[in-house]
Design a protein around this ligand. Structure first.
Ligand SMILES: [Zn+2]
Length: 138
């Protein structure tokens, strides 16, 4: 697992990620492992399944067995309680995101007012270029 020392720091992100996807469609263990790996979180089944079990025990997910080929697999979906928790968590992440990237957003867009205008006009494509050297459209 790549996380190790940072495990504690990232520990909350993984259940949040799982809740997010379980809110879009029912998901199963192997799918989650592959999805998380895509984001750089390498989780073993031995870590994931107890986590899914805890989320289910807390009433954030519910599961049922579904036939898959010759055998069956356990499929997880978000519960109404899980959805409420996800909404709350997203608000907190949004607030944290703003704070973490405040200086970058400020550097790129200048004032918040300017940022809003730039986003509304879809003119944020040249954000890597400082505005002074940006060429005028012909
Ligand atoms: Zn994802």
């Amino acid at each position: 697992m790549r996380l190790r020392l940072d495990q504690e720091l990232f520990a909350g992100l993984i259940p949040l990620h799982i809740l997010h996807h379980a809110g879009e469609k029912p998901i199963y263990g192997l799918w989650i492992i592959e999805e998380l790996a895509r984001h750089g979180y390498h989780l073993s089944a031995g870590t994931l399944y107890p986590m899914l079990h805890r989320l289910e025990k807390r009433g954030l997910l519910r599961s049922k067995k579904e036939p898959a080929g010759q055998s069956a697999r356990r499929v997880y979906a978000i519960t109404p309680n899980g959805r409420r928790t996800l909404v709350e968590a997203k608000e907190k992440v949004k607030e944290l995101f703003r704070e973490l990237f405040e200086s970058e957003l400020h550097r790129v867009f200048g004032s918040a007012k300017h940022a809003k205008r730039a986003m509304a006009n879809g003119r944020n494509k040249n954000i890597d270029q400082p505005s002074k050297t940006r060429k005028r459209p012909r």
